[in-house]
Design a protein around this ligand. Sequence first.
Ligand SMILES: [Zn+2]
Length: 375
Amino acid sequence: MDLNRYMEQNAQEATALLRTLCAIPAPSHHEEKRAAFCKAWLEAHGAEGVFIDEALNAVYPYHATGEGPLVLFMAHTDTVFPDLTPMTLTERDGKMLCPGVGDDTANVALLLLMAAYVAQAQPETDCGIVFAFNACEEGLGNLKGSRALAARYGARLREVVSFDGGMEEICGAAVGSLRYRVTVRTVGGHSFSAFGNPNAIERLSAVIQKLYAYPLPQNGSHTTFNVGQITGGTSVNTIAQQAEMLYEFRSDDRESLLDARRYFEDVLEAFRADGLDIEAELLGERPCGSRENGDPRQAALLERCKDAVERHTGLKPEIVAMSTDCNIPFSLGIPAATVGLCRGGGAHTREEWIEIESLQAGLRIAASLISAHFA
Ligand SMILES: [Zn+2]
């Protein structure tokens, strides 16, 4: 079957499939229903060997038996919305509106169509191709799906492309992050009669002052830190016994993130040595790669992605660093890119929308990147 004919015949199917998928709720860690749908849909379209792994990824390996090299194409099924009942979908003025429609449901629909093409046309390939409809890309998912895929296929992975978000940007490097909950406890007491006892809020403030004195790495990396939330205390006339904060570091460079972590740990250790009861719980860790990635395979992959987007949309996508499923391959030194297959806006809001027409170009972008591996 000719790929161009397939795309023409399935122009309407892309929209219909997207409507169906949008109606299946999939908060991070609860992607069961979407995973089951993807598996059943692929099997109904001729795919063999589809399975759902322990991370709730629906996986279709094609020509992937043995130990040979693989390319992985993925799109995440989870959305940022906690809803367990179907969300409202509306269509008007050539737009489809639904929470999660562009991030990442449209990309899932188009990758499903391409996986079905491969299942039916059975093309020869120059390596194995793994199609994954993966779980847990969004915030609290902590990239669980992507980690499970990297663990399963490991060193066999030659290249990873994640279809995610919009067409205007291509993610060619990872923004890594470290997130902590920091808790300080003191004996506290009555604000008047026990005055002079250490106050947990005051102590935590001192810790924050010290953390904000962090000398940022001067290596050209983009490294940031933030205290995002603070809670604690009992009442206006109580010396606070407990205070807590959420703190994060981000960086586009592995060494810088390690440096930030060292500084953070040293600051806490210094307060501890001073007798303070302080503990840090690691809430999230998204690894990243090195800023100076001189791998020519990485540059070649980005070139191929840029070409595909330009050719089918006329857009000149910008190469940026972001936090996506590709953080995992980047951290392992595997060439990777995140490419969007639709145009729209309002990601992570209930007003999220896409231009229905853009799905046609999106399907062509996916097709050109996947068919690059046909022999
Ligand atoms: Zn996404």
